[in-house]
Write a protein that binds this ligand. Structure first.
Ligand SMILES: Nc1ncnc2c1ncn2[C@@H]1O[C@H](COP(=O)(O)OP(=O)(O)OP(=O)(O)O)[C@@H](O)[C@H]1O
Ligand code: SF4
Ligand SMILES: [Mg+2]
Length: 333
C-alpha cells in the first residue's frame, strides 16, 4: 500500500475532510448562474454521489472545488474548507500545491487527462519522482504496484505503452490510479464512466471504490446514472438548477423531493427484473441559468406544487434520521 508522508496540516479526524458553504458560480459577470449556493460536506473515506440533470451545475461545482474554473466563470461567493483550511482565499500557487497533493480528479474522457506523446510509465512514474522525490527505479516500482492495484493485467508492460494502445476502460483505470497515487484526502470523479459500456463501467467503479477504501480517500462521485451509485455511496446529493434539493440515502430508498422521485420514476427497469414499464419522463424544462429564482426552482414542473412554491424558495431542511430536503411539502417554519 502506498502511504506517502505528505506532512499535511493536521486536522481533527472528526472534522469533515471537505466543508462547502454557500458556493455560487456564475458566467458573464453574474448574468448566468451555474451554481446558486451549495452547502455540503464530506467525511474521511466517504463516497458521496452528486446527481442531477445536464446543466444543473455538477461540473462547475467540481471545478470550483479544485480551483479550476474555466475562463469566463467566477466564484461569486462561498467557502471551501478542505482539511481545516479555507481554499478560496489561498494564493493560486499554494492552492495548486494543496490540490495537487491532497485532491485528485477523474474526468469523463481519460484521454483528456493522459498525455498522448508520453508512455503510461512516464506519466505514472512522474508523480512519484517529482511529487515525492523518488529515484527513477523506485518510482517505476511504485508505478507497477499502483497499476496492479488498478487491475491492469500486466503492469510492467503497460508502463512501456502509450495511451492510444489501450481501451477506454483501461485508460480510465490508469487515470484513477494516477488520481489515487498519493493517497489524497479527496478525489472528485466527474462522470468517469459515461464513455464506457455498462459492464466496463461497473468494473471501473469497483476499482475506484476499492482503491479509495484502501486509502481512506473521500470521493465525490458525479453521475447521471443513478444505478451506478447503488452499493457505492453512503449519501447522494441531488442537484437541480444550481441548488441541492435533496440529500438522500446512498441506495435512494424513500426519496422525499418530487424531483428525486421523478428521477427514480424515469429509470428503466433492470433487465434482470423481467419487468416492463412505461418510462415517465419529467415534463417541462429546467430553469435556465439566466433566470432568477422567484420561488422553488422545480415549481414549473412539479406535480405537487403548493400556492407558496411560486414565490418562496424553501430552505434545505434537515429531516431527522433521513438527510436534507428543499421542499415546502416538508418545511414548516
Ligand atoms: N462557458 C460557459 N458559458 C456560459 N455558461 C456556461 C459555460 N459553461 C457552462 N455553463 C453553464 O453552467 C451551467 C452548469 O454547467 P455544468 O457544466 O456544471 O453542468 P453539469 O451539471 O455538469 O451538466 P452535464 O451533466 O451536462 O455535464 C449550465 O447551465 C451551463 O450552460
Ligand atoms: S417546494 Fe413546491 S414546487 Fe418545489 S418541489 Fe416542493 S412541492 Fe414542488
Ligand atoms: Mg458536467
Amino acid at each position: 500500500m502506498i502511504t506517502p508522508d505528505l506532512n499535511q496540516k493536521s486536522a481533527n479526524i472528526a472534522d469533515p475532510v471537505l466543508k462547502v458553504s454557500n458556493l455560487a458560480v456564475s458566467f458573464g459577470r453574474g448574468r448566468y448562474l451555474a451554481v446558486r449556493g451549495l452547502d455540503f460536506d464530506l467525511n474521511q473515506g466517504e463516497v458521496v454521489g452528486l446527481v442531477g440533470e445536464s446543466g444543473s451545475g455538477k461540473s462547475m461545482t467540481a471545478f470550483s472545488l479544485m480551483g479550476l474554473l474555466p475562463f469566463g466563470a467566477a466564484l461569486d461567493s462561498g467557502s471551501v474548507i478542505f482539511q481545516g483550511r479555507e481554499l478560496t482565499t489561498l494564493p493560486p500557487k499554494e492552492r495548486r500545491s494543496v490540490c495537487g497533493l491532497h485532491m485528485g480528479m477523474v474526468f469523463q474522457e481519460p484521454l483528456t487527462a493522459l498525455n498522448p506523446v508520453l508512455t503510461i510509465g512516464d506519466q505514472v512514474s512522474e508523480i512519484f519522482r517529482y511529487r515525492m522525490g523518488y529515484s527513477k527505479a523506485q518510482a517505476q516500482k511504485m508505478a507497477i504496484e499502483l497499476l496492479g492495484q488498478a487491475g491492469l493485467p500486466n503492469p510492467a508492460s503497460t508502463l512501456k505503452n502509450y495511451p492510444h494502445r489501450f481501451s477506454g476502460g483501461m485508460r480510465q483505470r490508469v487515470v484513477i490510479a494516477m488520481a489515487l497515487a498519493l493517497s489524497p484526502q479527496l478525489v472528485i470523479a466527474d462522470e468517469p464512466t459515461t464513455a464506457l459500456d455498462p459492464t466496463i463501467a461497473a468494473q471501473v467503479v469497483l476499482i475506484l471504490k476499492t482503491m479509495s477504501e484502501q486509502r481512506q480517500t473521500a470521493v465525490l462521485f458525479i453521475t447521471h446514472n443513478l444505478r451506478l451509485l447503488t452499493g457505492l455511496t453512503s449519501r447522494v446529493l441531488v442537484m437541480y438548477a444550481g441548488l441541492i434539493v435533496e440529500e438522500t440515502k446512498g441506495d435512494f430508498s424513500d426519496p422525499l423531493h418530487p424531483y428525486t422521485r421523478g428521477l427514480m420514476n424515469a429509470l428503466p427497469p433492470l433487465p434482470s427484473s423481467g419487468q416492463s414499464k412505461r418510462l415517465a419522463p419529467i415534463a417541462g424544462h429546467p430553469l435556465s441559468p439566466d433566470e432568477r429564482l422567484n420561488g422553488c426552482p422545480f415549481e414549473p414542473r412539479c406535480p405537487e406544487r403548493l400556492g407558496v412554491c411560486a414565490t418562496v424558495c424553501p430552505p434545505l431542511t434537515e429531516k431527522s434520521g433521513y438527510g436534507r430536503v428543499r421542499c415546502h411539502l416538508y418545511y414548516h417554519a
